[in-house]
Every structure is written in structure tokens, then in C-alpha cells.
Design a binder for this molecule. Structure first.
Ligand SMILES: *[C@@H]1O[C@H](CO)[C@@H](O)[C@H](O)[C@H]1NC(C)=O
Ligand SMILES: *[C@@H]1O[C@H](CO)[C@@H](O)[C@H](O)[C@H]1NC(C)=O
Ligand SMILES: *[C@@H]1O[C@H](CO)[C@@H](O)[C@H](O)[C@H]1NC(C)=O
Ligand SMILES: *[C@@H]1O[C@H](CO)[C@@H](O)[C@H](O)[C@H]1NC(C)=O
Length: 361
């Protein structure tokens, strides 16, 4: 694409106009990078593509805001999971369990237009600089926490992180000094544990910037009761909606009495993965965690209105679709998947954060 001086001027105007406007609306400085990167990224992307088509700055401004709000935000969020896998044997021995797995976003036009990107470690670090991230849930959540750290930490540090993180059924905390990011993993196998966690945030009036939650597998195995699961999810939904400073419907900051104005965290839900019954590693799991039960748990999740798709507060990281598409060669026990699956979920989350950050403008 050729650029004339006029276009460059308009682009600069666009950046100058929108970036400070956004930053003025930003309350907590520790969130600055999270917001700033998002605004700059999307403003630049949209600016570059539209600049040649609009003659005046006011037209441009109107169009940019329309397109960002209606196009980027809604349709791009819904396309975040359009991921294509490439899974092939590492060597000629077909019996080998070793497969090279890689993924990329689909090259269909609407997905390409969203300009999703796998964030380099430095970009992810910029985005999360100064943030408090909480990942809470069962073993799936632990794998999500692991992949997030894998992205932002130097490779040499991962061994010791792994050892600590995988101590059975315990919480874990790490402060990544270089980027001032604090990550908590909270062992919370049931949705009721997640509700308790939300209540404790509220009590302390201290909320993470990014909250990633998920539970289901543990409940399937130990309760094996989808209606009970549904009840616990509805309780979780109402605790999230009523206890957080901002209800998703309002989408605005609401001052909490006796405290400084608090922002809403970015909220994500880790979906239950695809279960491959014959591969589950105990008799009990094969008996209880059936496809029928899996479907019933999905229905319970949908009916609970916890997720954005049903006007709820949490954005789904759809581990089911990611694991289904990666396939049977991406798991050894039929429920925990290769790191690549959770890595894809992390990049989906980070791209959603980029889009969402801009949404707050
Ligand atoms: C296939 O497996 C055999 C032993 O199991 C090994 O000796 C051979 O090197 C493997 N072939 C390749 C291409 O890796
Ligand atoms: C994080 O932000 C601080 C200032 O808020 C800055 O000094 C530091 O260089 C940033 N680190 C990274 C890795 O971006
Ligand atoms: C989670 O909730 C269950 C049932 O309510 C409770 O027994 C258990 O102690 C809780 N676990 C944690 C880690 O809070
Ligand atoms: C399943 O959970 C519901 C709600 O907690 C309860 O009423 C019902 O008795 C449970 N079913 C079984 C088979 O335990």
C-alpha cells in the first residue's frame, strides 16, 4: 500500500487523537500498559487500513469508532477460536507418540481482517506489565497458568516453576519482577470454591486485573451431577455480577462506597476439554465421565448464563473446540492436552484483552 504525506498526516492525527483520549479515562496506572497497547494496536491497525479511503478527519474519526466498536469488538471476539492445527509425526515411526503440533489462525478473510497475532514474549510482557493475574480452578486452570508463565518467563526459569506449580492441590504465587506481573494460581476444583474466591476479593476490595477461572472435570468425577453443577454455576454468576464493582450490563466504573473507584477485571472462563472416554486413565473416570454427562455439563454451563454468549460476564476460552481440533494425538489421558492447546488458549485470551482494552475507550 502506498502512503502519501496526507495519509501519514491523517494517521498521525488519528493516533494523537485517540491514544491520549483513552489514557485520560484510565484510572489505575498499573494497568496503563494493558490499556495503552490495546488502544495503540487497534488504532494503528484501523488507521492504516482506512486512511486512504476517507477525505476528512471527522469522517475518519466517525468511521474508526464505528468500525472498532461494531466490527473489531463483536465479530472479532467471536472469531478468536478459528484456529487451524497442523499435527504430524516427528519421525517415520508411526507408532511413536511424538507429534509436532502447531497452530495458526484460519486464513479466511474475516479472520485475517481481525489481525490476530501470536504475541511475542516481549509484547505479552508489555501487555501484562504491572498486572495482577489470577488463574483459579482445577487441573485445566493449572495448565493455563503454566502456559502463560511459559510465554513471559525465560526458559531457564520454567523448571522450578513447574515443580512448584504441580505440587498437588495447592495454591501458587509468582511475581515476575521484570514486568511487575503477579500471578496467583488458586486451587479451586469446584465452582463453589470459585464463588468463595470472588467473595474474598470483594471482602478485601482488591481485584485482579485479569481473572481466569474454570471448573468442571473435578465435579464430573466426584459429584457426577449436572444439575448440581448448574446450580453452583448460577451461584458463581450471581456472585460475579453482584459483587464485582461493575456489572457487565453497565460496562462502566461504579464507585464502591468507602473505597477508591475500582475497575472491573477482565474475566475469562476455561471450558471443559474434549473427553476421550477410552483414553481416560482410571476405571472410575471411564465409568463416570461419559459423553452424555459431558453434554449435560455443557448444557448446564450454557443455561447458567455465566458466559458472554448468554449475556454473562465471562468470555469463554473454548478448550473443547481447541482440543477437539488438535485431536486424539494431542492427549495421553483423554482429558489433559498438549501444551500447544493451552498455549493457543493463552494467545486467544491475550488477543481478547487487546480488543477489550480498547473497548473501554
Ligand atoms: C524408529 O524406531 C526404531 C526403534 O523403535 C529406531 O531405531 C529408529 O531410529 C526409529 N526411526 C526413526 C526415523 O526415528
Ligand atoms: C513495565 O513498566 C514500567 C513502568 O511502568 C517500565 O519501567 C518497565 O520498563 C516496563 N517493563 C517492560 C518489560 O515493559
Ligand atoms: C472447595 O469446596 C469444597 C466443597 O464446598 C470444600 O469441601 C473444599 O474444602 C473447597 N476446597 C478449597 C481448596 O477451598
Ligand atoms: C443432583 O443435584 C441436585 C441438586 O443439588 C439434587 O437435588 C439431586 O438429588 C442430585 N442427584 C443425585 C442423583 O444425587
Amino acid at each position: 500500500m502506498m502512503f502519501g504525506a496526507v495519509q501519514l498526516g491523517l494517521l498521525a492525527a488519528c493516533v494523537v487523537l485517540f491514544v491520549p483520549m483513552g489514557m485520560a479515562g484510565w484510572h489505575l496506572s498499573r494497568n496503563k500498559m494493558l490499556f495503552f497497547s490495546g488502544a495503540l494496536f487497534i488504532t494503528l491497525a484501523v488507521g492504516v487500513h482506512l486512511t486512504p479511503y476517507f477525505p476528512s478527519i471527522s469522517d475518519l474519526a466517525t468511521s474508526v469508532s464505528n468500525i472498532v466498536v461494531f466490527d473489531s469488538r463483536d465479530s472479532c471476539v467471536s472469531r478468536l477460536h478459528d484456529v487451524v492445527w497442523d499435527v504430524k509425526p516427528l519421525n517415520a515411526n508411526s507408532s511413536s507418540l511424538n507429534y509436532a503440533k502447531s497452530w495458526r489462525w484460519s486464513s479466511s478473510r474475516p479472520v485475517v481482517a481481525c489481525e490476530f497475532q501470536k504475541l511475542a514474549p516481549s509484547d505479552a510482557s508489555d501487555l501484562l506489565n504491572g498486572s495482577w493475574v489470577v488463574v483459579a480452578g482445577d487441573s485445566q486452570a493449572r495448565l493455563i497458568a503454566l502456559e502463560l508463565l511459559n510465554l513471559v518467563l525465560e526458559p531457564g526459569r520454567m523448571e522450578s516453576v513447574k515443580a512448584d506449580l504441580f505440587k498437588r492441590h495447592s495454591d501458587y504465587q509468582i511475581v515476575v519482577d521484570e514486568i511487575g506481573m503477579k500471578l496467583d494460581f488458586i486451587w479451586a476444583p469446584y465452582a463453589t470454591n470459585l464463588t468463595d474466591l470472588i467473595i474474598s476479593f470483594k471482602r478485601k476490595r482488591n481485584y485482579p486485573d485479569v481473572l481466569v477461572m474454570g471448573s468442571g472435570l473435578w465435579h464430573m468425577l466426584h459429584f457426577t451431577n449436572a444439575s448440581n453443577y448448574g446450580i453452583s454455576l448460577r451461584q458463581l454468576r450471581s456472585s460475579v455480577v453482584s459483587l464485582l464493582p461493575i456489572s457487565p450490563e453497565l460496562g462502566e466504573d461504579v464507585p464502591v462506597t468507602g473505597s477508591v473507584s475500582v475497575r472491573s477485571p477482565h474475566l475469562f472462563w476455561i471450558g471443559i476439554p474434549t473427553l476421550i472416554n477410552s483414553m481416560l486413565n482410571t476405571e472410575e473416570k471411564r465409568e463416570k465421565m461419559t459423553d452424555t454427562l459431558r453434554v449435560a455439563y455443557d448444557t448446564a454451563l450454557r443455561r447458567s448464563k455465566l458466559l458472554r454468549q448468554s449475556n454473562g460476564p465471562l468470555l469463554l476460552l473454548d478448550v473443547q473446540s481447541l482440543s477437539w481440533n488438535c485431536g486424539v494425538r494431542c492427549t495421553e489421558d483423554g482429558m489433559h492436552y498438549d501444551g500447544a492447546v493451552y498455549e493457543a488458549a493463552i494467545h486467544i485470551m491475550l488477543n481478547a484483552l487487546l480488543i477489550e482494552s480498547h473497548q473501554k475507550l
